[in-house]
Design a protein around this ligand. Structure first.
Ligand code: MEV
Length: 337
């Protein structure tokens, strides 16, 4: 049995705009998906997935991908998760030159599905690494990231950037602009996540922004402005000491850019009442800044607050199902004992 894990992520800046070649800065956080893989004698694939949600319901199902049984809770999300696992299996077979390899796969995750914390990227990254290793092939994390991107690209009908998968494979803070992907230095930022218990449809949300951008020059300008503020945020990070706790001044400046970024994402139509409510609850609690993270539509917000105030205030916010502090995950994909 080979087990690998990969972290989820929050976007400090730049989701959606990254799809159109603007830079984005996602940061890996210590919420992980773990994928265990055992090669089979035959060419079939069996998947058990449990705890694929933060609120603790457990769904376990098995069977070959070819004759996957129906699942009723919550079917669209689990069906999507299965598609990502299938795509990861294909990538692992190709990487290990073993087109007929079969696997027993177990997925466990403490990253809520479809909620903006990179659950699918983490599952795909950990899955490709575990399955290739189980077949005796060790890929460098950059190659795992590349193959995971190919898998996401396929599942999302060509509407995916490299940001989620690269961040999950490499860990830490990363910068993605088109094909240019790199890790960057960043201090340990005090992320606080709010989760509304819901999820957004990434494909639909990306398509919505694409349509707006094609229809209105001001929407295209909005996307470019997200790129501008992301570059400004990168400059702030580059000037900071990555080994020291972030200064109040740095948090204030980054927070201001996060607030701006949220406003632009809302203008592009990807926020929601609950995401806005959590953003405002965080700001009123004294967070330095707050924004939605990921595709939006529902799911998670991220705020910067070194104190307990934001986490506490979100706990009393009707729209927020869970709030938690998220530490920067310095390690990306890794083998687990
Ligand atoms: C989704 O986590 C982030 C988006 O920018 C899509 C992508 O980058 O592939 C909305």
């Amino acid at each position: 049995m080979t087990t690998c894990s990969a972290p989820g992520k929050v976007y400090l800046f730049g989701e959606h705009a990254v799809v159109y070649g603007e830079p984005a800065v996602p940061c890996a956080v210590e919420r992980r998906a773990r994928v265990s893989v055992e090669p089979r004698e035959d060419d079939r694939v069996r998947v058990d997935a449990a705890d694929l949600s933060l609120d603790g319901f457990t769904v376990t199902w098995g069977g070959s991908i070819d004759d996957r049984p129906d699942v009723d809770v919550p079917a669209p999300l689990l069906a999507a998760a299965m598609e990502y696992i299938e795509a990861a299996v294909d990538q692992a077979r190709a990487a290990a030159a073993a087109p007929d390899a079969g696997f027993d796969i177990t997925v466990e995750s403490d990253i809520p599905l479809g909620a903006g914390l990179g659950s699918s990227a983490a599952v795909v990254v950990a899955g490709i690494d575990a399955a290739t290793r189980a077949l005796g092939t060790e890929l460098p994390p950059e190659e795992v990231a590349r193959r995971a991107y190919e898998a996401e690209y396929e599942v999302q009908d060509g509407q995916a950037s490299r940001a989620d998968t690269y961040c999950s494979a490499m860990g830490g803070a990363v910068r993605v602009e088109g094909d240019d992907t790199r890790t960057i230095d960043a201090p340990a930022l005090p992320f606080v996540v709010g989760y509304d218990g819901g999820a957004g449809d990434t494909g639909e949300l990306v398509a919505g922004v694409r349509a707006l951008r094609e229809e209105h020059a001001f929407a295209a300008d909005t996307v470019e402005t997200v790129g501008d503020l992301t570059r400004e945020g990168e400059r702030l990070l580059a000037e900071a000491d990555p080994d020291a706790p972030p200064s109040e001044a740095l948090l204030a400046d980054l927070g201001e850019l996060m607030d701006f970024n949220h406003g632009l994402l809302a203008a592009l139509g990807v926020s929601s009442r609950s995401l806005d409510a959590m953003v405002w609850a965080a700001r009123e609690a004294g967070a330095h800044g707050a924004k939605l993270t990921g595709a939006g539509g529902g799911g998670c917000t991220v705020a910067l607050d070194p104190t307990d105030e934001t986490e506490h205030a979100l706990g009393y916010t009707a729209e927020c199902e869970q709030s938690f502090r998220a530490e920067l995950a310095t390690e990306g994909v890794r083998v687990e004992d």
